[in-house]
Design a protein around this ligand. Structure first.
Ligand code: ADP
Ligand code: MG
Length: 482
C-alpha cells in the first residue's frame, strides 16, 4: 500500500514541521516504499537511483523512533567517505532539528580528541566512516550498548574488499537486537547474499530496473585520445557553459594536473582528492555547495552520495574503471527532479569499458562529434563572461528551516559546573518562552551553545544578557548556525 503524503505516516509534529520547512512536499518513490517498513522495524535491502532521497528514506523513520531521553547512540550510519558522513549528519540534523536530535560525524584525519569530547555528550545518531568508528569502539569512546539501528549507506562499496573487514569488525560489536538497513543505487547480487549473514530476514526494495537515472540525465560520449582531451574539454565546456560542473579523473595526480591547468586559464576551479588535508576537502565541499566556484575536479572520492544542488554537468575526463562507478559519478547531476548531462571522454583503450557500462546501465550513451570551430567562437563570449563573473552564491535548502533558529553562545560550561538542565530551566522561565523553544544544547568545558527555535532567538538573546544562570551572569552572543 502506497502512502501519498508525509502526514499519513503519523510522524511526530516535530519531524513533520522540519520536513515541511525543508520543502519536502511529498515522499519520493523510495521513501514511500521504505518509510512504512522501517517504521515497523523490518530489515531492508534497498536499491533506488541516485538522487532519489535515500537519506531521508532511512533518516525519517529512524529519527521518529529515537528515544530523546536516551543519552547513548541509538543509530549508526556507515558511509564510505568523510564528506558523505558530514553531509548525512547535516541532513539528519535538519530533519531532527525540532526533535532536538543530536547527530555527530566521526571520520578520519580530524583530531580524535575533538570527537572524543563530542562523544562524551548526549548523541542520538552517529554517522561515520568505518576506520574511525572502529577506532572509537576500540578506545571505548563510542558505546554501542543502546544501538538499535544500523544503516550501511552505499552498501555495495562498503561491503567491497576495501572496507569489508572493517565493517565486519564493527558488526561484531553491535547488539544483535537491531534493525539493519542497506542502501545503494547499485547492489550486485553477491553483495545481497553477503548481507544475509548479518541481517534478519531482510525485505528487498527496488524502485527501478537499474540504478542509473535515465529520465533526468542525458548520457553523451566523445571518442578522443589522451593528447586531445584537454582541448576537447575546453571546447565542450565552452559550448555547455555550466554553472556548476564536476569533472572526474582517474588518479590524484591527474586531478592535480588538470586543476592547475584550468586555474592557469582562469577557470573558477577547485579540487578534492584523498591526498589532501581533510580541512581543505571539507572547505572545498562547502564552497561548492555555496556556488563559490564552478568546476570541481576530483577522483572517485566524490563519486558516491554527494548531493549538491544545481550540478548541471558531469564530465568523465577518464572513463570510470567500474561500471557501478559510472552510475554514481553521473548521478551527481540530475538530482531531486532536476535535469542533467553526463559527458564521457573515451580513448581507444577505454572502449571496452564503455561497452560494459552501456550494457550494465541499459541506456544508450549517445556518441557526439567534437564541437566545430564556428560554434565554439559563437558561444565563447558568453562563456568568457561567466568565467569572469563573480558567482552568485546559493542559499542552502535548509535556509527556511534555519531562519527560525538562532544559535546562542554562552561563555561558560562544565568548568563552571553548568549542565543542560540549568540552561533549560532559566531560558524556559523567560516570559513568552517554553522548553519547546529550546533546541540542541552543546556544553564543553568553557562554553555552551544553545539552539533557540521558533523565532524566539532575539527574545532569548536579549533576556539572557541580564539573566544569570546558577547565580552566574554569562556573556551571551549569537553564533553561526553551522
Ligand atoms: P540519494 O541518497 O538517493 O542519492 P539523497 O538522499 O542525497 O539521495 O537526496 C537527494 C536530494 O533530494 C537531497 O537534496 C534531498 O534533500 C532531496 N529530497 C529528499 N527527499 C525529498 C522529498 N521528499 N522531496 C523533495 N526533495 C527531497
Ligand atoms: Mg545517498
Amino acid at each position: 500500500m502506497e502512502k501519498k503524503s508525509f502526514q499519513e505516516y503519523q510522524l511526530s509534529e516535530e519531524l513533520e514541521r522540519a520536513i515541511n520547512s525543508l520543502g519536502y512536499e511529498e515522499p519520493t518513490q523510495v521513501q514511500k516504499s521504505v518509510i512504512p517498513q522501517a517504521l515497523k522495524n523490518n530489515d531492508l535491502i534497498v536499491r533506488s537511483q541516485t538522487g532519489s532521497g535515500k537519506t531521508a528514506a532511512y533518516g525519517i523513520p529512524i529519527l521518529e523512533r529515537i528515544d530523546w531521553l536516551e543519552n547513548k547512540p541509538q543509530a549508526l550510519i556507515l558511509t564510505p567517505t568523510r564528506e558523505l558522513a558530514v553531509q548525512v549528519r547535516d541532513e539528519l540534523t535538519n530533519i531532527g532539528r525540532f526533535k532536538r536530535i543530536k547527530a555527530i560525524a566521526l571520520y578520519g584525519r580530524q583530531p580524535i580528541s575533538i570527537q572524543k569530547n563530542e562523544l562524551k555528550q548526549k548523541n542520538h545518531v552517529v554517522v561515520g566512516t568505518p576506520g574511525r568508528v572502529m577506532d572509537h569502539i576500540e578506545r571505548g569512546t563510542l558505546v554501542l550498548t543502546q544501538l538499535r539501528y544500523l544503516v550501511i549507506d552505499e552498501a555495495d562499496e562498503m561491503l567491497n574488499m576495501g572496507f569489508l573487514s572493517q565493517v565486519e569488525a564493527i558488526l561484531k560489536q553491535l547488539p544483535n537486537e537491531r534493525v539493519t538497513m542497506l542502501f545503494s543505487a547499485t547492489l550486485p547480487e553477491e553483495i545481497k547474499q553477503l548481507a544475509q549473514q548479518f541481517m534478519n530476514a531482510p525485505m528487498e526494495i527496488e524502485t527501478e530496473d537499474t540504478g542509473v537515472t535515465v529520465d533526468k540525465i542525458t548520457h553523451i560520449q566523445y571518442n578522443t585520445c589522451e593528447e586531445e582531451k584537454f582541448d576537447l574539454f575546453k571546447a565542450v565546456v565552452t559550448i555547455e557553459n555550466p554553472d556548476s560542473c564536476i569533472v572526474f579523473c582517474r588518479t590524484k595526480d591527474r586531478v592535480d594536473i588538470l586543476c592547475s591547468r584550468l586555474r592557469d586559464l582562469g577557470y573558477p576551479c577547485n579540487k578534492i582528492h584523498g591526498g589532501m588535508e581533510q580541512d581543505d576537502r571539507l572547505k572545498t565541499m562547502k564552497d561548492l555547495r555555496r556556488g563559490a566556484f564552478r568546476y570541481l575536479v576530483t577522483t572517485d572520492v566524490a563519486a558516491r552520495g554527494i548531493d549538491i544542488e544545481g550540478i548541471s554537468l558531469v564530465i568523465n575526463y577518464d572513463v570510470p574503471m567500474k561500471k557501478e562507478g559510472y552510475v554514481h559519478r553521473t548521478g551527481r547531476t540530475g538530482r531531486a527532479g532536476l535535469e542533467g548531462k553526463a559527458i564521457t571522454f573515451v580513448t581507444e583503450k577505454e572502449e571496452r569499458y564503455i561497452r560494459e557500462i552501456t550494457e550494465y546501465i541499459g541506456v544508450e550513451i549517445l556518441s557526439a562529434t567534437p564541437p566545430i570551430e564556428e560554434e565554439i567562437e559563437q558561444k565563447k563570449p558568453a562563456f568568457v563572461k561567466k568565467l569572469a563573473d563573480a558567482p552568485i552564491l546559493k542559499s542552502s535548502k535548509d535556509e527556511q528551516l534555519n531562519k527560525q533558529i538562532m544559535k546562542l553562545h554562552f561563555n561558560g560550561g562544565k568548568k563552571k559546573k553548568l549542565r543542560a538542565t540549568n540552561f533549560v530551566g532559566v531560558i524556559s522561565n523567560i516570559p513568552g518562552v517554553t522548553a519547546e523553544d529550546i533546541g540542541i544544547i552543546t556544553i564543553s568545558d568553557t562554553l555552551t551553545y544553545v539552539d533557540i527555535l521558533n523565532n524566539k532567538g532575539p527574545l532569548v538573546l536579549k533576556a539572557m544578557k541580564t539573566t544569570p544562570i546558577c547565580g552566574k551572569q554569562l556573556k551571551v552572543s549569537e553564533a553561526r548556525l553551522r
